[in-house]
Design a protein around this ligand. Structure first.
Ligand SMILES: [Zn+2]
Length: 349
């Protein structure tokens, strides 16, 4: 993660504390997810609500549930598969990795998922058609991260700012061929603040999607793609404990369900395009400024590590860049289909 510019918003302690109680009670669950929760077994574990996996099996019509050691697999053969690990935050849905807020726990012998992970992640991914008024979008806002004086991650082959722009430009052309209107936050190597990006996106009043494109840097072994969506209220920023301001709703929380469904489609689609040339780091939650401020369904996609020797060469290669662009474009079409009343899971197998 290029941490310098992906700043987390300033903490808003006072307001947050006042809002904690009402947010917890009223706002955490969307109406449809709430209806789903009503049909499921909810148990308290360590003071927190959890939903039993057995009742998830029944509600979503999984045909089998099996347990081997700590792994629990729910499956509709050849159609849908969910793999959970007791004690772990990682979940696989149709072989795409998601990172839960809370680990999968046991209540007696029964595996359980935290209610917030169920409502804000599992349900919108398994039932995207229940996301209201989300399918009528024709505009895609592409946000190539960094630019100008802010090069982002750098290595001996190039700069993140330039790679981000290249991938965004390829994505734009492909989307336009499919009839989408595309708006870019920048079309040249110039500097834009995070707030300027948010303002540009929010100036679009028509239904739009916002996709921020980045490449990563980290330790020399770190590799793979990851996709971030805004943490719902009550869910922490990735890799950090929950703090009081995490309970404050941000502008982007209006689209919690659409955010995760869009992330699922893009992440799964790019994973398939890149195949063995990448590693699945998962779909994660964060409070990056652009995700918090943009009033459209939004994701921040990280297309690989410039600090990894092999990935650095791949990222420099136009075929790899095109594969990412193609994956994003496929995903947008799949996402729109998944939202239709007859739509299927957001991650097709
Ligand atoms: Zn970046």
């Amino acid at each position: 993660m290029c941490r310098i510019l992906h700043t987390i918003e300033k903490r808003r302690w006072t307001r947050a504390i006042l809002q904690v109680v009402c947010v917890c009670v009223l706002c955490v669950f969307a109406p449809d997810a709430r209806a789903a929760v009503g049909a499921l077994d909810v148990v308290k574990i360590e003071g927190r609500d959890f939903v039993s996996v057995a009742s998830i099996k029944k509600f979503y019509g999984f045909t089998t549930i099996s347990r081997k050691g700590n792994s629990v697999i729910l499956e509709i053969p050849k159609k849908r598969r969910m793999t959970l690990m007791i004690g772990s935050r990682e979940c696989l849905m149709n072989e795409v990795k998601f990172v839960f807020t809370h680990p999968v726990m046991l209540s007696g012998d029964t595996a359980c998922i935290s209610r917030i992970d169920f409502a804000k992640l599992v349900d919108p991914v398994l039932r995207p058609r229940f996301i209201k008024n989300a399918e009528n979008f024709g505009t895609i806002i592409l946000d190539p991260g960094h630019g100008g004086v802010d090069a982002g991650a750098t290595n001996s082959l190039g700069t993140e700012a330039v790679y981000n722009l290249k991938v965004a430009a390829m994505t734009k052309l492909m989307l336009e061929k499919r009839g989408f209107k595309v708006v870019m936050t920048r079309e040249s190597d110039r500097y834009l603040s995070l707030q300027e990006r948010v303002n540009l996106a929010n100036a679009r009043t028509e239904n739009s999607l916002f996709i921020s494109i980045h490449f990563n840097a980290g330790g020399s072994e770190a590799r793979g793609i990851e996709t971030f969506t805004l943490s719902p209220a009550g869910v922490s920023h990735y890799g950090r404990d929950t703090i009081a301001s995490d309970y404050t709703e941000r502008a982007g929380n209006e689209h919690d369900s659409a955010n995760v469904a869009l992330a699922t489609a893009v992440h799964g689609s790019v994973l398939r395009r890149l195949g063995t040339n990448t590693f699945d780091r998962g779909i994660k939650r964060a409070r990056f400024s652009v995700l918090s401020g943009v009033k459209h369904p939004a994701i921040l996609f990280e297309g690989g590590f410039m600090s990894h020797q092999r990935e650095a060469r791949l990222i420099h290669n136009e075929r790899y860049q095109k594969a990412i662009a193609g994956g994003i474009v496929d995903a947008i079409a799949k996402y729109r289909n998944a939202l239709k009343p007859t739509g299927a899971v957001a991650v097709p197998r």
